[in-house]
Write a protein that binds this ligand. Structure first.
Ligand SMILES: NC(=O)c1ccc[n+]([C@@H]2O[C@H](COP(=O)([O-])OP(=O)(O)OC[C@H]3O[C@@H](n4cnc5c(N)ncnc54)[C@H](OP(=O)(O)O)[C@@H]3O)[C@@H](O)[C@H]2O)c1
Length: 284
């Protein structure tokens, strides 16, 4: 198959490109195609003629989206609609990556794909609009919601914690938001397998288990052998611009029935740290 990966320079996109063996992969960054422009999207996708378009490009700055609503919607909603429309014109299949932030966090059990969505922030609303655009424009689509991504290709939460620990004696981390950290290597493999099996519909893909950001930070520091103390704080104390769901754990049921399971987030942290060491990125 020919697989076009839009957003190939991103945290997830980079791992998608690296993990996707045995198919012909065409990576595309924003300088190859700006998805906000439907003419550019049409020109590019027509030229590539992929079997699947994997859309991993997004405006992902959650607090920045509160200040730049227009930009968040231009990329995540209209950009997604452009890609979905063109993919459908050419009769191509579409994979869209979405987020746990489409939920409001009021649930007391892991979210299933068909639970009602109710985003709390602009980023979540723009991604929810992107999901709707995919469902409206495309006939053959797969939407995967995921959460709390970490990986080695771009600085993500664990790396920021390790960097902070290198220069501060104590770090403060939010303890009242619960979710599932997800290693982009594991997510990339799951996406590849689901696309290969021609899956459709809305699915939830994360590493197994859940924790708070505080527990995530403690696990990373413990396994990296850092003694820096971590102080739990509340979401209110963190005083971020965008509201975030207090609980956004995604149920794995929709992928386990398709024979896909991801290891625990703690095992994924081990693999992530091993990769950081191997790449000589633990020097702080
Ligand atoms: N990060 C998370 O914790 C998280 C959690 C849940 C879901 N997700 C979803 O997972 C997906 C991947 O996220 P990520 O964290 O890997 O993203 P990322 O690292 O921020 O990368 C975003 C990618 O989108 C590209 N892009 C941005 N604007 C574009 C445009 N107008 N046209 C074409 N490409 C554009 C960027 O290209 P350039 O580098 O060339 O600008 C980059 O490759 C997104 O759909 C995101 O919503 C992320």
């Amino acid at each position: 198959m020919r697989i076009l990966i839009i957003g190939s320079s991103g945290l997830l996109g980079s791992d998608l490109v690296e993990q996707w063996a045995d198919d012909e992969v065409i990576p595309a960054t924003s300088s190859d195609v700006d998805i906000r422009d439907v003419r550019l999207a049409r020109q590019f996708i027509t030229q590539v003629r992929p079997d699947w378009v994997v859309l991993a490009a997004a405006y992902t700055d959650v607090d920045g989206s509160e200040r730049n609503r227009e930009q968040a919607f231009a990329v995540n909603s209209e950009g997604t609609r452009n890609v979905a429309r063109v993919a459908q014109e050419l009769d191509r299949k579409l994979f869209y990556v979405s987020t746990d932030y489409v939920f409001d966090g009021k649930s007391h059990r892991p979210y299933e794909p068909d639970d009602p969505i109710h985003p709390l922030n602009v980023y979540g609303a723009s991604k929810a609009a992107g999901e709707n655009a995919v469902r409206e424009e495309s006939k053959h689509w797969l939407i995967a919601r995921t959460s709390w991504l970490f990986g080695v290709s771009r600085a993500s939460f664990p790396e920021k914690i390790l960097r902070a620990a290198a220069c501060q004696s104590q770090i403060r981390v939010v303890a009242d938001q619960i979710g599932s950290p997800t290693f982009t290597r594991d997510l990339a493999i799951a996406i590849r397998d689901l696309v290969r099996s021609d899956a459709r519909g809305t699915l939830h893909i994360t590493n197994s288990g859940s924790c708070s950001w505080f527990e995530f930070a403690k696990e990373v520091l413990l396994k990296a052998g850092r003694k820096t103390s971590v102080l739990p704080i509340t979401t209110a104390e963190a005083d971020r611009l965008a509201k975030r769901p207090a609980y956004s754990v995604l149920s794995p049921a929709s992928i386990t029935v398709r024979g896909v399971t991801l290891r625990s987030w703690q095992e994924a942290v081990d693999a992530y740290l091993a990769e950081l060491r191997q790449k000589g990125k633990m020097g702080w």
